[in-house]
Design a protein around this ligand. Sequence first.
Ligand code: SF4
Length: 67
Amino acid sequence: MRIVVDWDKCTGMGMCESLAPDVFEVDDDGSLILHTEEVSQDQEAEVREAVAACPTEALSLEGPIDA
Ligand code: SF4
């Protein structure tokens, strides 16, 4: 499963980072950094929470888990 970011929608609010800090980081400029696009099974639950929590709906998931 892959994380897809709509960069036009991301406003760097950092909700994703607080829920899944291993995957998402917001730098000092408010730019989102993805540490990985591929989501492992271990990360799936927190990544799903982060995707659901993004206030601007900038995040989505694509493909099967463990792909
Ligand atoms: S929560 Fe959404 S808007 Fe905020 S940094 Fe993450 S992807 Fe961007």
